[in-house]
Design a protein around this ligand. Structure first.
Ligand code: MCA
Ligand code: AMP
Length: 504
């Protein structure tokens, strides 16, 4: 029997070598991690988890949490990671939609989640940040040598939810083949080897920290310093022992604020990678001046994994996301006609390749609507390709805000604000923010005489939306600017409040 993705990880694993470095005294070798993954797979099998079952996981970052992902691959389950910031209201939707057989949460969250899980027919087990919990208790009695379930390239490995521009979140179905092909491509493109030591400071519930950082490390037999979250000071302290960092632009903005970041601090680092949101050219330039390193920017999506990358050897050009990765085709088309555009003309970025997902979970119409007749995925990003082949993302055809690497869909936030007593309507926009890149901002129209201030709105959103989706500022207006068709002109609002967070 073969298990497409895990077999490749096993084949690349250098047994006794370190995989996850927690601190000076605690390191997980590949053998340690694979043994625990076998026990966890056994525990899930005993709980009745079968290939194809979804396993939803909302837990703090830890070595055990990463190993649980490997265990899911081994049982043939479909791993469904959830942002730890999601509220119970948000969780209810994901569990109802994905219908997982098992939900794994922190012990402190068990009681609240159990009611939701039961109503959708799921069982709940726990895993805490320190690696304790009921799932680990069950795993202890299981053998380490689990017989892996048979999985082909076309079988699902994971479902990751991405918020929808209209309606609710959609579950992007990623196959073993999607994940393995992309990770192997990135490993080779970025020359990752078993000598590499990655600083892993990203969350592990999104593509960047889970697949790009973790799968690439595993397939290179490399190791990683696993930090519970990003802390600029901690990252600078680790740099002398590390060779790589992967981060969102906010990481680099914050690193530049550290007086300790200089050429000496980065002397052992081979590669700095940025993605998930646009890296400002000024951040790239400033970082290069301070450290001598040109940050390598790449472009990806939950639905597609990574699509493009600046080159390892060639020129890494600030403000561009580089070239299509080997095996990936990227084209730019006229959104009105669908016809491919010549170099330097801006249009819709479309993508085809083994990295592109299988579709949205139980949404065949939405899936069909996002592919062209000849099989390209319509990204919703606007961009252009220059004569040398470098791709730049110049805007978004979708109404989306990216704050610190997290995506926020204005429609979802507006939907919650509009339900608050005293609100006529709202428009949620992203405007430049010095730390998060874009700051979520709400422009709200109140009913005449309504007693409603910023605090009332923020507290009404508290239990409804994850913290990072909540507006950093709320502005009250008499009305919203509209075009002749009655559509709110968000571009006008974005211009009007462009310096909201940068004003001195
Ligand atoms: C935390 N807060 C945020 C964010 N993160 N608000 C807006 N946007 C955020 N990203 C809230 C906190 O709840 C807190 O609220 C306040 O802002 C300040 O928190 P702070 O301590 O400064 O935040 P932090 O914990 O240091 O986190 C900032 C962060 C983190 C390090 C930038 O958000 C992060 O790790 N982002 C990475 C996201 C990521 O991995 N994206 C990849 C998606 P309060 O104090 O008011 O309670 S995958 C993807 O996009 C594609 C596939 C790709 O290409 O990679
Ligand atoms: P997600 O839904 O979290 O997968 O976010 C994907 C979106 O992030 C893409 O559609 C882009 O809009 C954006 N994105 C990712 N990487 C970059 C980048 N390097 N530059 C600009 N935008 C990016």
């Amino acid at each position: 029997m073969s298990n497409h993705l895990f077999d490749a990880m096993r084949a690349a694993a250098p047994g006794h070598a370190p995989f996850i470095r927690i601190d000076d005294t605690r390191t997980w070798t590949y053998d340690d991690a694979f043994a625990l993954s076998g026990r966890l797979a056994g525990a899930m099998d005993t709980l009745g988890i079968r290939p194809g079952d979804r396993v939803a996981v909302q837990v703090e970052k830890s070595a055990e949490a990463l190993i649980l992902y490997l265990a899911c691959l081994r049982t043939g389950a479909v791993y469904l990671p959830l942002n730890t910031a999601y509220t119970l209201a948000e969780l209810d939707y994901f569990i109802g939609d994905a219908e997982p057989r098992l939900v794994v949460v922190a012990p402190a969250a068990r009681e609240g989640v159990e009611t939701i899980a039961k109503s959708h027919g799921a069982i709940v087990e726990t895993l805490d940040a320190d690696g304790s919990g009921s799932l680990l208790d069950l795993a202890r009695d299981e053998p380490a040598d689990f017989v892996d379930a048979s999985r082909t390239a076309d079988d699902l490995a994971a479902i990751l939810y991405t918020s929808g521009t209209t309606g609710r979140s959609k579950g992007a179905m990623l196959t073993h083949g999607n994940l393995l092909s992309n990770a192997l491509t990135l490993r080779d493109y970025w020359r990752v080897t078993s000598d590499d030591r990655l600083i892993h400071a990203l969350p592990i519930f999104h593509t960047h920290g889970l697949f790009v950082a973790t799968n690439v490390t595993l397939l290179a037999g490399a190791s990683m310093f696993l930090l519970s979250k990003f802390d600029a000071d901690e990252v600078v302290s680790l740099m002398p022992e590390a060779t790589m960092l992967m981060g969102v632009p906010t990481f680099y903005v914050r690193l530049l604020q550290s007086p300790r970041l200089d050429k000496q601090a980065v002397a052992n680092i081979r590669l700095f990678i940025s993605g998930s949101a646009p890296l400002l050219a000024e951040t790239h330039t400033e970082f290069q001046a301070r450290t001598g390193h040109a940050i390598l920017e790449r472009y990806g999506m939950t639905e597609t994994n990574m699509n493009t990358s600046n080159p390892y050897d060639g020129k890494r050009i600030a403000g561009t996301v580089g070239f299509p990765l080997p095996g990936v085709t990227v084209r730019v088309t006229d959104p009105a006609t669908g016809l491919e555009l010549p170099p330097d003309e801006t249009g819709m970025i479309e993508i085809k390749g083994p990295n592109v997902f299988k579709g949205y979970w139980r949404m065949p119409e939405k899936t069909a609507a996002e592919f062209t007749a000849d099989g390209f995925f319509i990204s919703g990003d606007l961009g252009k390709i220059d004569r040398d082949g470098y791709i730049s993302i110049v805007g978004r055809g979708k109404d989306l805000v990216i704050s610190g690497g997290y995506n926020i869909y204005p429609k979802e936030v507006e939907g919650e604000i509009d339900q608050i007593e005293g609100v006529v309507e709202s428009a949620v926009i992203g405007v430049p923010h010095p730390d998060f890149g874009e700051g979520v901002t709400a422009v709200v129209v109140r009913k005449p005489g309504a007693v409603l201030d910023e605090k009332t709105i923020v507290s009404a959103l508290q239990d409804r939306l994850a913290r990072y989706k909540q507006p950093k500022r709320i502005i009250f207006a008499d009305d919203l600017p509209r075009n002749t068709m009655g559509k709110v002109q968000k571009n006008i609002l974005r211009q009007q409040y462009a310096d909201l967070y940068t004003r001195t």
